[in-house]
Write a protein that binds this ligand. Structure first.
Ligand code: ADP
Ligand code: MG
Ligand code: MG
Length: 202
């Protein structure tokens, strides 16, 4: 279902969406943050794209590890270490596998979601990227087979569900109830990650 090549394709698609939606992500962060999420994501995933193009990989875990290291070292702000941790935990969870099936990747996603929460000292319902990752892990486990359109729809729904939430973690929490009514920027970038994943699943 996921191969060494398709994971690289996944990341190239993520990069495409981050470049295309740089202004939109910045706009979301302007409303409830410090206006840099589009800059952080476009810079970070461009570096990931460059790194993957220059390298050859033995397995899925090796690709994911490089993604993690690149994001950690190139992205400032909260999102760099959080996404870096997510992809590092995902890499560790699928280590030693040539191809990653639905069950293997359930473990990868779960490890990633837990990694974000540990690193961010956060949990679901606080209007952060956790609010996309956690429901997506549950969704993934409930499926007998992953339908790409269903995956994209579940991610979109989770992202949109952050709009009415009041932020209690990250910069947006400084705004208290004024954070209500805006989509969380990190949930939007996480949506692009899952939308891209849906496009490479076979
Ligand atoms: P910064 O807030 O440092 O400027 P970014 O703008 O790149 O970093 O990323 C902000 C996003 O990071 C938020 O929209 C939110 O989804 C996520 N985030 C921030 N803090 C946390 C946290 N403690 N746990 C989980 N996610 C968080
Ligand atoms: Mg920001
Ligand atoms: Mg910042």
């Amino acid at each position: 279902m996921l191969t060494t090549q398709s994971v690289q394709d996944w990341m190239q698609k993520v990069n495409g969406y981050m470049q295309e939606n740089k202004a939109y992500l910045t706009e979301l962060d302007q409303a409830i943050g410090d206006s840099d999420h589009g800059i952080n994501m476009s810079r970070g995933f461009q570096e990931v794209s460059n790194k993957l193009e220059q390298s050859t990989y033995e397995d899925v875990a090796a690709v994911l590890k490089d993604v993690a290291m690149t994001l950690m070292s190139k992205v400032g702000g909260a999102s760099g270490p959080l996404y870096g941790t997510a992809f590092l935990k995902m890499s560790m969870a699928v280590k030693g596998k040539d191809t990653v099936d639905k069950e293997d990747f359930a473990a990868g996603l779960e490890a990633a979601a837990q990694g974000i929460q540990q690193r961010g000292k956060s949990t679901a319902g606080e209007k952060t990227m956790v609010d996309v990752w956690t429901p997506l892990v549950s969704w993934w486990k409930e499926q007998d087979e992953i339908n790409p359109e269903g995956l994209e729809a579940a991610a979109k729904e989770a992202m949109e569900a952050t709009k009415p939430m009041e932020a209690t973690k990250g910069r947006a929490s400084y705004l208290k109830e004024k954070s209500i009514g805006h989509i969380d920027p990190g949930s939007a970038s996480s949506y692009y990650i899952f939308k891209s994943l849906a496009e490479v699943l076979v």
